[in-house]
Design a protein around this ligand. Sequence first.
Ligand SMILES: Cc1cc2nc3c(=O)[nH]c(=O)nc-3n(C[C@H](O)[C@H](O)[C@H](O)COP(=O)(O)OP(=O)(O)OC[C@H]3O[C@@H](n4cnc5c(N)ncnc54)[C@H](O)[C@@H]3O)c2cc1C
Ligand SMILES: *[C@@H]1O[C@H](CO)[C@@H](O)[C@H](O)[C@H]1NC(C)=O
Ligand SMILES: *[C@@H]1O[C@H](CO)[C@@H](O)[C@H](O)[C@H]1NC(C)=O
Ligand SMILES: *[C@@H]1O[C@H](CO)[C@@H](O)[C@H](O)[C@H]1NC(C)=O
Length: 534
Amino acid sequence: MAFAVSKRNAIMAFLVTLLLVVSVPLSSSTLQQDFMQCLVDNSDISFPITASFFSPDQNATLFKEELESTAQNLRYLTPSNPKPVFIFEPLYETHVQAAVVCAKKLQLHLRVRSGGHDYEGLSFVSENETPFVIVDLSKLRQIDVDLDSNSAWAHAGATIGEVYYRIQEKSQTHGFPAGLCSSLGVGGHLVGGAYGSMMRKFGLGADNVLDARIVDANGKILDRAAMGEDVFWAIRGGGGGSFGVILAWKIKLVPVPAIVTVFTVTKTLEQDGTKVLYKWQQVADKLDEDLFIRVIIQTAGKTTKTGNRTISTSYQGQFLGDSNRLLQVMQKSFPELGLTKKDCVEMSWIKSVMYIAGFPNSAAPEALLDGKSLFKNHFKAKSDFVKEPIPVEGLEGLWKKLLQEDSPLTIWNPYGGMMARIAESEIPFPHRNGTLFKIQWLTTWSDGKASEAKHMKWMREMYSYMEKYVSKNPRAAYVNYRDLDLGVNEEESDAREWGSKYFKGNFERLVKIKGEFDPENLFRHEQSIPTKIG
Ligand SMILES: Cc1cc2nc3c(=O)[nH]c(=O)nc-3n(C[C@H](O)[C@H](O)[C@H](O)COP(=O)(O)OP(=O)(O)OC[C@H]3O[C@@H](n4cnc5c(N)ncnc54)[C@H](O)[C@@H]3O)c2cc1C
Ligand SMILES: *[C@@H]1O[C@H](CO)[C@@H](O)[C@H](O)[C@H]1NC(C)=O
Ligand SMILES: *[C@@H]1O[C@H](CO)[C@@H](O)[C@H](O)[C@H]1NC(C)=O
Ligand SMILES: *[C@@H]1O[C@H](CO)[C@@H](O)[C@H](O)[C@H]1NC(C)=O
């Protein structure tokens, strides 16, 4: 290091004093100063410490910008949501280690944020435990792709879009099977499973993790060998914020063809939408594994006095091959969709990723480096897994529900293929063989608190209507579609409830590992894995 330790400490002490003098001595700034001093005492690297902190006392505008930067669900950015005392943005892994040590020492409640996409804002809001601070990993985003070993190390603060970009930069025939939305943070995404358009061929992102680096509750960095196979199992699907701070993942690359075909075909109810969807439910999990067809279902048209708003079902496909073979596959397995050559667009894998992520066709791959979300609003979401096709009358009832809501959206993702061949206990993500597809339920709005109660009520009623058509005992859910309606840890019986929905029989093993690895429950939130269950 350039500075001797004592000299560095003197400089830090000076900076800290400077801060004391220039800022209003609120209790929050005292907390920040204690934390900064602790970081200096516990970190080897000299760094512009003030520039890594964002607090309302320092610069309220900048603090707000940083807080909102990656926060995806605006429902958690209203004035009434508690705000962190400060945001700390580590530049080096050692800063993360020191932050964990200091949060523990000062008993400051910690939230960790990578990409900020948590559905319930758990990475940037703590509703019940205050004061709290955010450690935001957005400046730890290095990605190293190594084709020789067919793998890459990706730091937690990178987006999944950047990972895809860095892979295609080195090879057009390598890819990675994770999320569809390019702005997801690698840190919070892979820790909950991470599905995407290649899941039917290669499984989840978490199924393709080879190693990881995690900071434990003592501030130690552990790799796979050091953390042991139990913890390595738990962090591949057990959900974010429970075991430690993931610094980086080592992922396995998968082969992709030079030509990939995409398409979107839309059917409204007037175009036999219900019948086609009924058929899709029967074939989607059995199609050729190179083919992924998800269905995006929305309301369409304007509500008028004649009331002819309809439902649109858009079949969005990615095929790992050219359009000729795709048309053969479709002719054989799903002719009802009526896919034609002119619906098909051939492109590179990276362009197909961007197509599904919602970029305009003209966007260059470099747009993936922006890391910006294409979609931010107030929303409530839920998930379901389906094991038997929903009958036509069930679908018709669902259309009635959707037509009651302003901006409902539901996305149905096919399973089968590799997803059915991986055992339920292989990683904590248990939704495998026997699952036909997963449903994501969403409703969005733009007027903040004004209409929130109405939309939340609609969502809960719709979810209750669907109960008889989806998985039972438990009614399963996807942990990366975090849903606090399923229960929070304040009630001990609740943990069993949400735990079995997200993890089925894997929950007890997660609890056991948590109890051993983080017995003091340093890493916790409303739905973190508890250290024990009664
Ligand atoms: C628009 C949108 C599209 C999505 N699309 C998909 C999809 O295609 N496939 C899919 O599987 N999921 C998808 N998701 C869900 C997504 O996988 C989860 O929201 C995921 O948790 C996001 O990770 P993040 O780092 O962006 O989130 P964050 O909000 O930063 O973190 C999520 C959780 O993980 C914790 N956490 C964050 N970083 C770390 C870390 N480094 N170590 C330990 N814990 C950490 C946080 O504290 C929080 O509890 C989507 C979500 C959105 C909003
Ligand atoms: C606070 O931050 C904003 C936004 O980055 C910046 O424009 C402004 O100059 C800063 N104010 C001060 C006093 O530094
Ligand atoms: C809705 O009604 C108008 C007026 O009757 C008609 O022109 C239009 O085609 C209808 N749209 C749908 C989707 O049925
Ligand atoms: C999946 O389950 C079905 C029965 O539900 C069984 O016939 C089949 O062998 C299972 N497949 C695998 C790969 O385990």
